[in-house]
Design a protein. Structure first.
Length: 415
C-alpha cells in the first residue's frame, strides 16, 4: 500500500498543491491529483503537461463528435437511439460544466482557499473533529464515486467482446472509415476503449470537483456555528475558572475580547455567505442542465435495464451500473446542497444558544449584533438550478418520480 501511495504521489506532482494550506489540502489533495492525472488541471505551466492536456481534450472532443455523428446519421431503431443518447448527453453536460469551472477558475481557487483566512477558527478539539469529519466524508464519497464509475466502465469494456455481435465497439459511434475487418478492428477497439476511459474519468472528475467544493462549504458553516455557540467559553476560558466564569463577565477585558470575537465571526459569516451566493450564481445554469439531463438519463437508463434484463446479463449489468451512477451522482449533489441550506440556517440557532442570557446581552452593542446575525441567517440560502428548482432531497425525490413516470410511458410504447 505504501508503494502504491508513493507511486501515486510521484505520478501527480501538481502545482496546485504547492500553494495550498493545510486545511485546503485536507479537502482537495486527492481532487487536485485526479484533475492533474486526467489532464484537466488549469494550474500547470509546463510545456509537456500542456501538450498532454491538449491531447486528452482533443480525444474527448473527437469521441463526442463521433457519438453525435452516429446519433444524427444512424437512426435504425428506438433502442439504438436511446443507447446513443444515454452516453452522449452525459458527456456533453460534463464538457459544459468543465468549461464553466475553467472560466471561473480564480473563484474556485479562492473558494478552495477560504478556510485559510484568519477568522476560520479551528483552535479547539471539537472544531478540529468537525473538520476531520467533513474531510473524511469527502474522501469517502469520492471513493464511492470512483468505485461505482470504474465498475461501470469495466463492464462496458467487456460487453462488446461477449455480446455475440461481430466487430462491435464499447459505445455506438460512427467513424470516418470501415473498421469491420480483422485488420482494423483490434486497433480501433483498443483506441475507443482508451478514449472511452478518458472521457469516463473526465465525467467522474467533474463530479468529484463539485462535491469537494460543496462539502468544503458545509464544513465552514459547521465550524462557524460551533464558534458562535461557544463564544462565551472561548472568550473567558483562559482568564476565568469554570466555577466563577459567569460571575466575572462584566470585566472590561472580557467585554473587549467578546465584542472583537463577535465582530470577527460576523465578518466570517458574511465571507461565507458571499462565497455561497457567488457559487450559487456560478452553478445556476450548469445545474439546471445537469438536473434536466439527469432526469432524462435516469429514465433512458432505466428503460435499457428493463429491456436487457432477459437479453444479456452483461448488458443488463452495464445498464444497471450506469443507472446507479447517474442516480448516485444526482443524489450527492442534492444532498450536499440540502446540507448547505441546513447548516446556513443553523447559524441562527447557534447564535441563539450562545449563552447570551448569562449577561452578555446587557453589554452595549451585543443585542443588535445578535439580532442582525439571526435575521441574516434565517434568510434561506438554497443553491438552485436556474432559479427554478432548489437543489435539495425533495427535488431529488420529485425528479425520481418524474423519471419513473416517463419510464412507464416508454415501456408502454415499446409494448
Amino acid at each position: 500500500m505504501d508503494v502504491l501511495k508513493f507511486a501515486w504521489i510521484k505520478l501527480t506532482p501538481t502545482q496546485a498543491l504547492k500553494s495550498c494550506g493545510k486545511l485546503e489540502k485536507a479537502f482537495f489533495e486527492t481532487t487536485y491529483r485526479l484533475v492533474y492525472i486526467t489532464g484537466l488541471s488549469t494550474f500547470e505551466c509546463g510545456i509537456f503537461y500542456a501538450i498532454y492536456s491538449r491531447i486528452i481534450k482533443t480525444i474527448i472532443g473527437l469521441f463526442i463528435c463521433a457519438e453525435i455523428w452516429n446519433l444524427v446519421s444512424e437512426t435504425d431503431s428506438l433502442d439504438g437511439i436511446i443507447a446513443n443518447i444515454n452516453v452522449t448527453i452525459i458527456h456533453i453536460i460534463a464538457v459544459y460544466r468543465y468549461r464553466n469551472m475553467a472560466s471561473n477558475k480564480l473563484f474556485y481557487k479562492k473558494l478552495a482557499a477560504s478556510t485559510e483566512v484568519a477568522n476560520f477558527d479551528v483552535s479547539t478539539k471539537e472544531r478540529k473533529r468537525l473538520v476531520d469529519f467533513w474531510a473524511s466524508e469527502n474522501e469517502k464519497y469520492l471513493k464511492l464515486l470512483l468505485t461505482l464509475g470504474m465498475c461501470t466502465l469495466s463492464i462496458w469494456y467487456v460487453y462488446p467482446l461477449v455480446d455475440g455481435v461481430e466487430y462491435n465497439l464499447v459505445v455506438t459511434m460512427r467513424l470516418p472509415y470501415d473498421f469491420r475487418n480483422p485488420t482494423l478492428y483490434p486497433p480501433t477497439y483498443l483506441a475507443t476503449v482508451l478514449a472511452f476511459n478518458e472521457i469516463g474519468f473526465f465525467v467522474m472528475t467533474n463530479d468529484i470537483i463539485m462535491q469537494a467544493h460543496l462539502i468544503h462549504l458545509i464544513c465552514q458553516y459547521a465550524v462557524l456555528a460551533n464558534c458562535f455557540e461557544n463564544i462565551v467559553t472561548d472568550c473567558s476560558y483562559k482568564e476565568i475558572n469554570k466555577r466563577s466564569r459567569y460571575k466575572n463577565l462584566n470585566s472590561e477585558k472580557f467585554k473587549m475580547k467578546y465584542l472583537k470575537r463577535f465582530d470577527n465571526l460576523i465578518d466570517q459569516h458574511k465571507f461565507i455567505l458571499k462565497n455561497s451566493m457567488k457559487l450559487r450564481n456560478t452553478l445556476s445554469l450548469p445545474m439546471l442542465c445537469q438536473l434536466a439531463s439527469s432526469g432524462m438519463l435516469i429514465c433512458l437508463a432505466g428503460y435499457q435495464v428493463a429491456l436487457t434484463v432477459k437479453m444479456s446479463i452483461t448488458k443488463f449489468l452495464a445498464s444497471l451500473l450506469y443507472l446507479s451512477y447517474n442516480v448516485f451522482e444526482l443524489f450527492i449533489f442534492c444532498r450536499w446542497c440540502d446540507e448547505i441550506k441546513f447548516q446556513s440556517e443553523n447559524i441562527s440557532n447557534a447564535v441563539y444558544c450562545s449563552n447570551w442570557e448569562s449577561g452578555v446581552a446587557l453589554m452595549r452593542g451585543v443585542r443588535p449584533r445578535i439580532m442582525l446575525v439571526i435575521a441574516r441567517a434565517q434568510k434561506s440560502l438554497a443553491l438552485s438550478a436556474g432559479g427554478f428548482f432548489d437543489l435539495s432531497l425533495v427535488t431529488f425525490t420529485t425528479l425520481m418520480k418524474t423519471s419513473y413516470s416517463m419510464l412507464t410511458v416508454l415501456l408502454r410504447f415499446q409494448d
